[in-house]
Design a binder for this molecule. Structure first.
Ligand code: RAM
Length: 354
């Protein structure tokens, strides 16, 4: 079976495995000291060890990125630890370029060999990231891309598939009809904006579904709660909310669940199973999607190390092995694809712990 097909078919199993691994691991921390440090160390075609790799999510404190990045969850820092690199996670606390850029600059100043970045805003980040690339630093984006200033993008799933499936999930729940709203992350977020673009395309197939507004919770729980409350106040006939952000979908579910509109306004989007269990069980959320965030971080770290070790280039057709995840091949647009999103609902959510 071809690698990509195998990954497509095996995603639920991989997710289930991740939940077992999550339960079994106990180490924690945001930094992984190298097993052995030899910055020039490259043993006959092997990956280099002792590389300084900085993992820079949109923001710290977002449980999604804690899972994608941490040793405990088997994310990016776990991969770096296994490979003998010096890995650390750094960013600001707000999902904004003003908060993220100082962390990127500090990583470059510390002599980063590779950066693994989820971009808050490509146009704001690109001058800094391009300066790093010019100095020879490998820049891998994961989760949220900045196409003009990275070596490679590790994409969680097809952008089109995420956008279209979000709409079709909600459509099936509200019988293709009624007012809907989108509660996004920040207005500059490249991943959410790309998914929303495909949602709008897909909505053309549902003439009775009307997108009344798109609001932004900025991946901040307080702001997301406020905008979710605003949606219920301003749209008494609202039938559904799509929130393609783990922070937003949780806020929307909490607000709807606590209101008299529970079960009348259906919430879907991209969420972590642990944060959604309560709302799937009380009927606020019927189904939602996500990929395995830990696998995404793990894959991005392996890609960064393979590139920084000059084992691969970013050209289409280049292949590398990402430890327990197996072989991946660079596709068009200097992109590596993890797999399709997985749909969680009442019948399967109890199997997942992240
Ligand atoms: C939030 C972030 C992240 C996104 C997930 C689904 O945690 O905005 O970028 O991929 O949601």
């Amino acid at each position: 079976m071809k690698g990509s097909l195998r990954r497509v078919l095996f995603v639920p199993a991989a997710l289930a495995t991740a939940s077992v691994v999550l339960a079994a691991c106990s180490s924690s921390g945001t930094s992984t000291p190298a097993a052995s440090s030899s910055s020039s160390g490259s043993s006959s075609g092997a990956l280099k060890t002792g590389l300084k790799v900085f993992v820079i999510p949109k923001n710290l404190g977002n449980p999604y990125f804690t899972t994608s990045d941490s040793v405990k969850s088997g994310g990016a820092l776990a991969a770096l630890q296994t490979l003998g690199e010096t890995g650390s996670e750094t960013s600001g606390t707000a999902a904004t370029p003003a908060s993220q850029i100082p962390a990127i600059q500090a990583a470059i100043a510390k002599g980063a060999n590779a950066l693994v970045v989820s971009a808050t805003d490509p146009s704001a980040l690109c001058p800094t990231l391009n300066a790093a690339i010019k100095k020879g630093t490998t820049v891998v984006t994961y989760d949220s891309d900045a196409p003009a200033c990275r070596t490679l993008f590790v994409n969680q799933a097809s952008t089109a598939q995420i956008g279209t499936s979000e709409v079709s999930l909600l459509a099936s729940e509200i019988h293709d009809s009624g007012q809907i709203a989108i509660l996004s992350a920040t207005a500059s977020a490249p991943n959410q904006n790309a998914w929303i673009g495909f949602m709008k395309q897909e909505l053309k197939k549902y003439p009775k579904m009307k997108l009344v507004t798109t609001v932004y919770g900025n991946d901040d729980p307080t702001t997301a709660t406020q905008v979710a409350q605003g949606l219920l106040q301003h749209y008494p006939n609202l039938k559904g909310i799509i929130s393609p952000t783990t922070v937003g979908i949780l806020a929307a579910a909490q607000v709807v669940s606590a209101s008299s509109r529970r079960g009348k306004v259906l919430v879907t989007g991209l969420g972590t199973p642990d944060s959604m269990k309560k709302y799937v069980s009380d009927g606020t959320v019927k189904a939602f999607e996500l990929w395995n965030p830990a696998n995404l971080g793990y894959l991005a770290a392996y890609a960064a190390v393979a590139l920084a070790s000059k084992k691969i280039t970013n050209a289409a057709g280049q292949s590398f092995t990402a430890g327990k995840l197996g072989k991946f091949t660079v596709g068009p647009g200097h992109t590596v694809l993890l797999g399709p999103p997985f749909v969680f609902n009442k019948s399967n959510i109890s199997q997942f712990n992240f």
